[in-house]
Design a protein around this ligand. Structure first.
Ligand code: MN
Length: 563
């Protein structure tokens, strides 16, 4: 894409935008990225131009367009954010900075689809203080996915998975259907290549047939509306996108997509009425009754998303009728009825009614982020803490023993006081020592009751309540992950990031956190015993360990290795 293509598009679609301001951003980006190439071999500046073009569909404002053209400069060139601010002002600089921040969102292979992915999505939304930042980043990902074939093969799957788990889900949450469907289909292609090609093969055939059918059905509906004197904006056929068909088939365990009634649908777009209250939608329900008079509706297929909108704001009336496809297509056909306003909302979601200054915090989408911060471990695992949380809360939520042995903390590589208030997106590293121990005054700093309880328990010499430990069922045995992945578990080492695995069975208390003692370094298959430590967990010793003689005999529990 050349700059003049983008320029002409903006001139025709958005004559309100000062085109010389776009030209200025383009010249600036071209100079900054001079000599850089994409994996595809194209000049780098091609990418931001494409991102701007993708954004055009969402009716962006000038600052958003400029920021989209400048978005990769601070990360990839010698030109700084400060230079951008000098040249384009604070608003544009804040947007560019926000886009760069979102690069922190990087799912790892071990992150599962549910809890972890949901946290990444929420970090994504929490980091973007302004909805425009999210839109630029989504458009950026769309272009990166369109060109994913040029990226080294070993990177593709992770990027595609992240796209599906985080980006398309965020687009869906914000109601931007056009972005969501493209992101999903692109990810589908890379993640499920076999299923993708099988389904698109089947659909190619079906498309020919359904095109005729859609043409027939839309003409029938138009005829009916005209006969009844109903004004309408548009009657169109729409095809469900591939991934959505795939998901629906999986859900229904369907062998063929032909059992899915809404692979294609007829969409009736009506004008918005200036009326208030129920009157506003009276014409939609009137059209529904006309359709039900003319065609046989299927029972249980009426969905009223006007009375009860979807969570992302989607509104429409869906019904499924027989016979509207005529002789060409005898199957049930879904008909969607909505106003133009609802249609825009469905296609571009938040972007359809944004006041551009609207921060995400005021948006409908992200109230839930208000009380949380999302921070990262050095291994880039995501932790969710209440707002105001300190490194002490972080340490105790990783593991009680990390808290109890903490001697300091680093945030983004810099040592911070323990009172430091953590902010979303920061990387937090806890410095531990084997002889470290908590201080009583930590209790007054900690924000979470769980950290406070653990500190209190330490000073009372009590083990933590079993419920506390049950919360972290997967956190059972400490493993040092600072080296490469190990098969065997090793004892907690100083300053080592922790991961917990299950390798030991302890009689009666299978879910207590367990660590291996450094004194005798137990290894399978040597016989072992568990000792309840003063903190909260179990330390495994060899039965032959000489330390045992010095320990409290009442605190031993029998233990063995998992097969
Ligand atoms: Mn980019």
């Amino acid at each position: 894409m050349t700059y003049s293509t983008l320029k002409n598009l903006i001139l025709s679609k958005r004559p309100d935008i000062a085109i010389f301001e776009i030209a200025r951003a383009y010249e600036f980006a071209k100079k900054a990225h001079m000599g850089q190439k994409r994996f595809s071999g194209e000049a780098y500046v091609e990418h931001p131009l494409q991102v701007a073009q993708i954004l055009l569909g969402l009716n962006p404002d000038l600052a958003t367009l400029q920021a989209s053209i400048l978005h990769d400069i601070p990360e990839n060139t010698d030109v700084s954010l400060f230079d951008i601010e000098k040249e384009f002002g604070r608003e544009v600089a804040i947007l560019v900075e926000g886009v760069a921040k979102l690069s922190l969102v990087k799912i790892r292979p071990e992150d599962n689809e549910n809890a972890e992915a949901e946290r990444w999505r929420r970090l994504f939304l929490a980091l973007a203080k302004d909805v425009r930042i999210v839109l630029i980043k989504l458009a950026d990902r769309i272009h990166n996915m369109r060109t994913l074939e040029f990226v080294p093969a070993e990177k593709r799957e992770r990027i595609a998975r992240e796209t599906l788990l985080v980006y398309s889900a965020v687009a869906s949450r914000l109601g931007i259907y056009s972005f969501k469907s493209e992101l999903e289909d692109l990810a589908f292609f890379y993640l499920y290549p076999k299923e993708f090609s099988a389904l698109s093969g089947q659909l190619a055939e079906y498309r020919k047939k359904s095109k005729e059918c859609m043409a027939y059905a839309t003409s029938q509906v138009k005829k009916l509306l005209k006969k009844e004197g109903i004004p309408f904006k548009d009657v169109q056929g729409r095809m469900k996108h591939l991934f959505s068909i795939f998901q629906k088939m999986e859900k229904k365990d369907a062998q063929s997509f032909e059992s899915i009634y809404d692979v294609f649908a007829v969409r009736i777009v009506l004008p918005d009425l200036p009326a208030e209250g129920k009157e506003k939608f009276a014409h939609i329900y009137h059209v529904l009754s006309l359709l039900h008079g003319a065609y046989e509706p299927l029972p249980d297929r009426l969905k009223d998303y006007i009375a009860v909108p979807k969570q992302n704001g989607y509104q429409s009336l869906h019904t499924t009728v027989l016979g509207v496809g005529g002789d060409v297509y005898a199957e049930p056909t879904e008909i969607q009825i909505r106003t133009l306003g609802m249609h825009e909302q469905a296609e571009i979601g938040v972007a359809s009614h944004w006041s551009y200054k609207l921060g995400l915090k005021k948006g409908a989408s992200s109230d839930e982020e208000d009380d949380q911060v999302f921070v990262l471990t050095p291994k880039k695992a995501l932790m969710e803490l209440p707002r105001g949380a300190t490194p002490i809360d972080f340490a105790y939520s990783v593991h009680t023993e990390v808290g109890n042995k903490m001697v300091g903390a680093r945030v983004n590589g810099k040592v911070v006081p323990l009172e430091y208030e953590l902010k979303s997106g920061e990387v937090v590293e806890i410095i531990t020592r084997n002889n470290g121990k908590p201080s009583q005054y930590w209790e007054s700093i900690a924000k979470t009751s769980s950290a406070r309880n653990k500190i209190r328990n330490y000073f009372k010499g009590l083990p933590d309540a079993v419920e506390n430990i049950d919360d972290k069922k997967d956190l059972v045995l400490l493993e040092n992950t600072s080296g490469k992945k190990k098969n065997k578990v090793v004892a907690l080492e100083e300053d080592s990031p922790l991961r917990l695995v299950k390798k030991v069975i302890v009689s009666g208390l299978p879910d207590l956190p367990v660590t291996l003692s450094a004194c005798c370094k137990p290894r399978p298959p040597s016989p072992i015993v568990a000792y309840v430590t003063r903190g909260h967990f179990l330390r495994i010793h060899r039965l032959s360990c000489r330390c045992l003689a010095h320990l409290d005999g009442d605190r031993f529990i029998s233990a063995g290795w998992k097969k």
